[in-house]
Ligand binder design. Structure first.
Ligand code: PNS
Length: 165
């Protein structure tokens, strides 16, 4: 039986840290589905479709990795995809409390889907989408923080946005 893992997130925008986690996950699972969570209450920099586009362009060449979007409960989506695991990246200590809480809730909702935490390469351990977003919105260079395709899409998205005051 093929072992499918879901790698969910907001990915607004996807970073090199996310890509690093995807690559690590492909070594552990037969298929990895990178799933963009669509949360209507947030005000994203990139639309869900732009994030999907950015991720698809960034995973070119990685075998058995797909990009999709989901709304509603993550565990329901994971079950529909026949996944046995949810992958999350973990950086230093800052992520732990939130990730622990999410893993516990997901286990309570669906006990046979395991949460698996992967650490990125140390050079990406400071990266987060929110930091990248802030740097980009304030006009900084994000080219060493995100895949090339993402840099281009972020630049495009920022053209349509009001400059930060
Ligand atoms: O990249 P993010 O913003 O940390 O990703 C969070 C995400 C999308 C994985 C999380 O918000 C999520 O799973 N949302 C779906 C709703 C859900 O299942 N909630 C219960 C588990 S906390």
């Amino acid at each position: 039986m093929r072992r499918v893992a879901i790698y969910p997130g907001s990915f607004d925008p996807p970073t090199l840290g996310h890509l690093d986690v995807v690559e690590r996950a492909t070594k552990l699972f037969d298929e990895v589905i990178v799933a963009v969570g669509v949360n209507s209450s947030k005000d994203p920099l990139l639309t869900a479709d732009q994030r999907i586009d950015a991720l698809r362009k960034s995973i070119v060449g990685l075998p058995d990795v797909w990009v999709d979007k989901f709304s509603g409960l993550l565990v329901d989506y994971a079950r529909r995809q026949g996944a046995c695991a949810i992958i999350r990246g973990l950086r230093a200590t800052a992520d732990f409390e939130y990730e622990f809480q999410m893993a516990m809730v997901n286990r309570r909702l669906q006990s046979d889907i395991e949460s698996v935490f992967l650490m990125t390469n140390w050079e990406y351990s400071y990266l987060s989408s929110s930091i990248v977003r802030e740097v980009a919105i304030l006009g900084g260079d994000i080219s060493e923080m995100v895949p090339k395709a993402v840099s281009e899409l972020v630049a495009e998205a920022l053209k349509d946005r009001k400059p930060a005051s």
